[in-house]
Design a protein around this ligand. Structure first.
Ligand SMILES: [Zn+2]
Length: 163
């Protein structure tokens, strides 16, 4: 059985279905968190968050890509967020890839070379700084004075500010 069917069953089994406890779409803390899709990271847990407090944007690496800038611009311009936390992490899978090898693999297997960057990196702190800098320099964001970057250590659970 596909895992999604299992998830749909779980959904049915939740005793009481009700609307979300938060009704407003504006994040209460006016913060957007950008982080990796890695299974070990639970942003709600890591930051002690409650539903409705922040926007969370996730992708492979927690990289500030053009699509993240798209969401950040909507988050700031329509949903009143003013601060950004970029959180990448130790032992990230993106540090095991190389840009060219992964692009070559995709092209070899599909006949199509991707138009997008893989965004592989060697040093996570460099990657955080790059992402933070992209956001700070974006002409589309209204608030760039509180864009900060962190590395989350998946072994200790510690968060270190690096940008
Ligand atoms: Zn990762």
């Amino acid at each position: 059985m596909p895992a999604v069917d299992d998830l749909l069953q779980r959904h049915q089994q939740v005793a009481e279905r009700s609307a979300p406890s938060v009704q407003g779409a504006v994040p209460g803390l006016h913060v957007t968190v950008v982080t990796c899709m890695d299974t070990r990271i639970d942003p709600m847990e890591v930051l002690g968050l409650k539903l409705g407090e922040v926007h969370v944007l996730r992708n492979a690496g927690g990289i500030v890509t053009d699509d993240v800038i798209r969401s950040l611009s909507i988050s700031q311009r329509r949903l009143q967020t003013r601060e950004v936390m970029v959180i990448q992490h130790t032992r990230c899978g993106m540090a095991t890839l190389t840009e060219d090898e992964f692009r070559d693999e995709l092209e070899r297997e599909t006949g199509l070379r991707p138009t997008w960057a893989v965004e592989a990196f060697r040093e996570v702190t460099d990657s955080v700084r790059q992402s933070v800098e992209r956001a700070r320099r974006s002409p589309y964001l209204l608030h760039t004075d509180q864009i900060r970057g962190y590395v989350y250590d998946v072994e200790t659970g510690a968060l270190s500010e690096v940008a």
